[in-house]
Design a protein around this ligand. Structure first.
Ligand SMILES: [Zn+2]
Length: 156
């Protein structure tokens, strides 16, 4: 039996946890499977599940067509890539990536689509590159509130 990371008790039970990710004007509320300690009330989520949640949020951003610098940065980090890695993959300078992410210049649509495609590939592609490019054709506002329930364990 695992011990609570906070108090060390062996009183962990299955529960769910609400994880919030704020991005510009958007709030993503993700429900995750967690372990809750009956002694101290502390909840914990395993790292891979949290990483998966960030990729799922990144996939929603990828499909939204809202190509902001913040969305670009979030997707990059969800993929575990450094700005320099992305610059090398897209054959642009690191400063260019920095300008996109800080909003000093608009994110290149092709670069956004390439990063979005990497996100959906990583998740097993439910959105196609064509869907992403289509969404990018129409400028949209940032989504306000998005709720994702990842508490059902997925296969694969
Ligand atoms: Zn505890």
């Amino acid at each position: 039996m695992e011990r609570c990371f906070s108090c060390g008790a062996k009183t962990l039970g299955a529960s769910t946890l609400q994880h919030q990710i704020r991005l510009g004007g958007s709030v993503f509320r993700v429900t995750l499977d967690a372990l809750e300690c009956a002694s101290c009330g502390e909840s914990s989520v395993d790292g891979p599940l949290l990483a998966r949640a960030e990729l799922e949020v990144a996939a929603r951003l990828a499909a939204s067509g809202f190509a902001s610098g913040q969305a670009f940065r979030f997707m990059r980090k969800a993929l575990g890539l450094r700005a320099a890695d992305v610059a090398a993959l897209l054959a642009v300078r690191a400063e260019t990536v920095s300008r996109w992410e800080t909003g000093r210049t608009a994110v290149d649509r092709g670069a956004f689509a390439a990063l979005a495609a990497m996100v959906t590939d990583q998740l097993g592609a439910r959105t196609t590159t064509r869907d992403v490019l289509r969404a990018l054709q129409r400028p949209v506002r940032a989504p306000r509130r998005i709720s994702l329930d990842l508490s059902q364990r997925r296969e694969g």
